[in-house]
Ligand binder design. Sequence first.
Ligand code: IPM
Ligand code: MG
Length: 406
Amino acid sequence: MWPRLMRVRRSGRASGAVALRLLPTAADCKQCGQVRYTKPARTTAPRQTVGPLSNPLPHELVMHRVGVIGGDGIGPEVITFAVSALERAAPGAFEFDLLPYSSAYTAQHGRSLPAGEFARWRSAYDAILFGACGDPAYPGSSFGRDVLLGARTNLDLYANIRPLRSFDHRVSPLKSDENVDLVIVRENTEGAYVDQGAWTDKGTPQEQAHDTILATRSKTERVIRRAFELASSRLRREVCLVSKHNAIRYSHGLWREAFWHIAPEYPDISARELLADAAAMRFVQAPEAFDVVVCENFVGDILSDLGAALIGGLGLAPSANLGDGSLGLFEPVHGSAPDIAGTGHANPLAAILTAAMLAHHVGEHDAARRVSDAVYEVAKSGPKTPDLNGKSSTQAVTGAVLARLG
Ligand code: IPM
Ligand code: MG
């Protein structure tokens, strides 16, 4: 059930629900670690200019269309509050289209999505806001694979940008009070996630299973460049490649070659590399030494959760899945947490930070910064959910964020 708090505008836009907004001026948002975009937000239908055509105003007016997938477990709860933060920070700037997909939907309809849905998203939306996948009531459901991994590959959202910033040393397992402020740029379409492999001779002593780890040079280079571009918008200006090329010689060897081929294109950014096992150790020993980390899909998946643990868990770990087109998919790194779903105590902050990344991506830089600032303020000194040693509810924590947004 979607709490009433959410005001969803459906796609029909004939009514006065269409809000007119001035395009913001482009500016970097270091708060959410987002890739720097200088292009203006894509103007979406209805595209309206104010004033007679012969004398157009200098700014176009836009509304950003967002497809919202709550998904499973705590997903719908936290995404509802993320939507309310966007509505508060930039009233009328977003139009939300609630999409029903979840493991339950998959079971009910015999498929996770209608045919052609990804193509529809490309023309219908500026962004997808995704909650979580995984519902123990539907073991083995293909929902997450079809929709989340499916969107990453079908929409070619090749860069998974995962910023992690310390906010309260009391919730970190680290002894040092050094600040973590890093961004993982995870390749999102290849590696061990290509779903190529085999499982043979089942039930015999010869039983074997293998998965392919795929690295395509062009696809590796584009995400490495993305990492360098991101580093150039940050203060530290460093990129660290994490791979396991000493054991995974072919695909990770290609990553290494691509990385050192591209690094000289960015002479003002320092480049270094670490083996994945050493990087895991350094994440714990000296996380403050990392700025931008670039890695293949599976390594990035593991480092994301490890990095999140360093700042006190997945409660403040957002992510953006981006490609070269304007459509991005935004999801908190955390899962569906079925054990606390429906208790009203899920931490909404990762989803709200994710919404800030979405706002930044569509050009609402001021709203993005205000939402992100509000989240970190609340995480430091506001009410907390139990994962951060507090007792407050999802709604109370969101309320504290909304109060800071005016
Ligand atoms: C993530 C998740 C997904 C992944 C799962 C749900 C398939 O863990 O976004 O990190 O492995 O990419
Ligand atoms: Mg993961």
